[in-house]
Write a protein that binds this ligand. Structure first.
Ligand code: ZN
Length: 298
């Protein structure tokens, strides 16, 4: 089989036989475990141990934070917090999640590890399950012969194809007011799907935070969806600010005429007989040089 046809990521439930088969046959495929099903197992095993309703709610909130929060320091902190609160009287519940899930499988469902590769947000098997139940509904009975089954499956796939095409057309023609308000998204409207624009819009709201603390936010969306992360968007916005400031000297202030010092912002010297210091989006200073400085040749 052509290796290009093999899936990059597979999401399954906890079925040892299936998991072994995937490991043997698709050894290069990243294998995730469905978070939704894991949560069901956790609820079944732990709710009875934590009979106190308030304690159970606290447990499940912390568990969800442990599973969903990035980066790794948050994982360690959340685990430590669970240890602190539930050790002793409720340690059985703690042991259950540690021994059965975290010890061997944390890299298959905890965001710190799963968000390091592209899965387009598929962290549960829900999509496959809903497709399966739709197929069962269409078939109606398990007693169909090959011919009638084929006709029904074919009709269902045609309908699905039509729905996908309709969603692409909607992305090309339908402009959501929210997207229009964000300057970074303007050039993408009509070319990028509405779903992707919504993801980018959500990420763009972090721009002001990454400027204050660049390390606090990881590049999750870049890894998991191959979409621009808040750091990249902040960078583009900064460059636009610089271009806007240099408009006075040059209609097209090309970047190759800039001197860049990314750690501190942008510094543009001499090319336009000005020095412009730009610290991210917060401070922008411009100095005109004296006549004794001449523009370099370019
Ligand atoms: Zn980033």
């Amino acid at each position: 089989m052509n290796t290009n046809c093999l899936p990059g990521v597979i999401v399954t439930d906890m079925e040892i036989g299936l998991m072994n088969a995937i490991h043997n046959v698709l050894s290069s495929t990243r294998h995730l475990l469905c978070r939704w099903h894991i949560n069901r197992y956790v609820m079944k095993a732990c709710k009875g141990i934590l009979k106190n309703c308030e304690k159970w709610e606290q447990f499940i909130v912390l568990w969800n934070m442990l599973v969903l929060e990035n980066p790794e320091v948050d994982y360690e902190r959340n685990l430590h917090e669970m240890d602190r609160i539930f050790e002793g009287k409720y340690s059985k519940a703690l042991d259950y999640v540690k021994v059965n899930w975290l010890k061997e499988y944390k890299d298959r469902f905890v965001a710190v590890w799963t968000d390091t590769f592209m899965h387009f947000g598929n962290t549960t098997s829900n999509r496959a399950e809903s497709a399966h139940s739709k197929l069962k509904r269409e078939l109606g009975t398990s007693q169909c012969n090959f011919e009638t089954s084929w006709a029904k499956i074919h009709a269902m796939l045609l309908l699905q194809h039509t729905e996908i095409r309709a969603s692409f057309e909607r992305s090309q023609s339908f402009v959501q007011h929210e997207f229009d308000k964000v300057s970074l998204l303007k050039d993408l409207i009509g070319y990028v799907s509405i779903v992707a624009l919504e993801e980018i819009l959500c990420e763009s709201k972090k721009i002001k935070y990454v400027e204050a603390d660049p390390i606090a936010y990881g590049c999750v969306i870049k890894c998991s969806h191959e979409l621009p992360c808040a750091h990249e968007m902040a960078d583009v916005e900064s460059k636009r600010e610089v271009e806007y400031s240099l408009d006075y000297f040059d209609d097209f202030p090309l970047e190759d005429r800039w001197m860049l010092i990314p750690e501190m912002g942008y510094l543009i010297a001499n090319c336009y007989n000005v020095v412009l210091i730009h610290f991210l989006n917060t401070i922008s200073l411009m100095f005109l040089l004296t006549k004794s400085h001449s523009s370099p040749e370019y």
